[in-house]
Design a protein. Sequence first.
Lengths: 359, 359
Amino acid sequence: MTTPLAAIIARDYGTPALVIDMDRVERNIARIQAVCDAAGVANRPHIKTHKSPLIAKMQIAGGAIGITCQKLGEAEIMADNGIDDILISYNLVGDEKMARLAALQAKAKITVAADNAFVVEGLKKAAAISGLPLDVVVECDTGRQRAGVETPAEAIELARLIDTSEGLSFAGFLLYPTETGWPAAQKFYDEALAGVRALGLEPRIVSTGGTPNLKNVGSLKGATEHRFGTYIYNDRMQVEAGSATWDDCALNVYSTVVSRAGPDRGILDAGSKTLTSDTGGLDGHGLILEHPEAKIARFAEEHGFLDLTRSNTRPKVGDVVRIVPNHVCVVVNMFDEIVMVRGEEVIGVLPVAARGRLK
Amino acid sequence: MTTPLAAIIARDYGTPALVIDMDRVERNIARIQAVCDAAGVANRPHIKTHKSPLIAKMQIAGGAIGITCQKLGEAEIMADNGIDDILISYNLVGDEKMARLAALQAKAKITVAADNAFVVEGLKKAAAISGLPLDVVVECDTGRQRAGVETPAEAIELARLIDTSEGLSFAGFLLYPTETGWPAAQKFYDEALAGVRALGLEPRIVSTGGTPNLKNVGSLKGATEHRFGTYIYNDRMQVEAGSATWDDCALNVYSTVVSRAGPDRGILDAGSKTLTSDTGGLDGHGLILEHPEAKIARFAEEHGFLDLTRSNTRPKVGDVVRIVPNHVCVVVNMFDEIVMVRGEEVIGVLPVAARGRLK
């Protein structure tokens, strides 16, 4: 079965194609802004999911105070398109990046993260080149063992180093608690806060993150803002995590069934170069709306292997199906553009302007 | 430890960066051409790995008879850059693709694959639009349960259908045997060959595939050509499969260590948006040449999680390391360009011209 809209998408854009429903996008923006407003924290969405200045501006028009980027290259695209308040939640390292960071400071208000003294030493160079003060937040590890200092004592020491570094200003703390880690994050933050206050410092930004933390937003006493990323489109992971419903999933991958060589199996024209091998910890690689019991079992680069064993309905060759991907952020990053629709009507094409900006 | 070349790459191009050694690329081209020559089969390399017309032309200059593409969009880029003999080893479906295929026929000699009657019916439209005859090979499943008819009887029937279809010409068979599946593929092919000969047809192309099939090339009696893809750069999977040595691995991902928050762990600036979540069935996500006992254990989108527990040498923040990825084909597809070097000298930048051409 191919819906009338899917037939139009296939005819005019070809498959595999990414399609977003702008009614749902706007609803997601309003819903999360309301969550932030109710929690009393500012909304600073993470653009890693959509990588689009147009969507970022919609988020800001909806009430966001600015945006979050993970990579400098993303921030450059956003600043070049008029976004003027950007948090880069990442350790930037190397002279090449410091020269670019300095140039970026001239275009927008930039805040960067650091979790070690080597990074802080580098950031001084950017401020020296630009001649502009640079706000730095201390990234704290609150359970993910990713980036972030491991102890409040280290956070305090790094805050002191930033404060005493020429051109740099201590701006606060960046946290990314796990869904169950908020009490521990509170304890970490309270100790770090007491320590920096003893030094005469006061955090202006205390940033928490994550769409799966929807239910926790505002529960860190002292938090000033939150970084929601995936909520803009949502995906199968967010539905599984309870932070979205299927109706909140704004993005579908439209894919054509190109082979049905056996009765219990088929091949989609969307493989690991389209849907990526990121399972998000789930079984199967996405939900097919037309055949929810079919399983996208595995991939070749341009082949999605359909296991139809448990599916009472079976697509035929030529059918165009709609897939809710497991992890939407990495799928968006595979495409240069996304088709925008409202309901059943195509309204335009959205460039994924910061796609592949991984430097 | 950062090598002098890595310091230059980081300074001039930033990290993460893809770097290929053109001496090794040229050696790989010569080595595989020699394998094909010795086996008495023509070399039709699969460009899905490099997605570069420049590299494709080097392969042809080295003796290849043409190229293989997986997607129409890849073939369009290649034809627009002067490659004139292209096999698209994929079921093309839909009117949008048929119009593009017809336009492509005017630019290059095109052969396409089909494994079902619906695809054949569509291909007739392309030939009707272009007014040019279209060569079609029958894709046969020889053990992978991907695309391909499951039985010789189906292959014969599809050959007959192609031969009697206006504008189409039966060109032969496309096979992709598993490493251990060549005797079964021989049996399949022999039966299909006898069947089509009984219809008065003769295959001009009998194509086998896969770099891991290096040792099997030429062992299918009747094979006319082979599709080598990954060999151009090689990767950790090919080394594990015994079809390449570490010295044959021409591509490295250069990545900076940006965090060392704990003694036994670190963070690379290469995450799932750089190295992809495709493990290739291996443990860990790549070999770090400077720290072969370190494990790239898992990813966030822009973070590579280094497990240093078993590594006696440990990188410090700011070090630029070189990674041999598990599966090079999907990594190349994340980058718009690759830095070319010879030994320790940078010689230029290679556009990944067909990156993201997934339609």
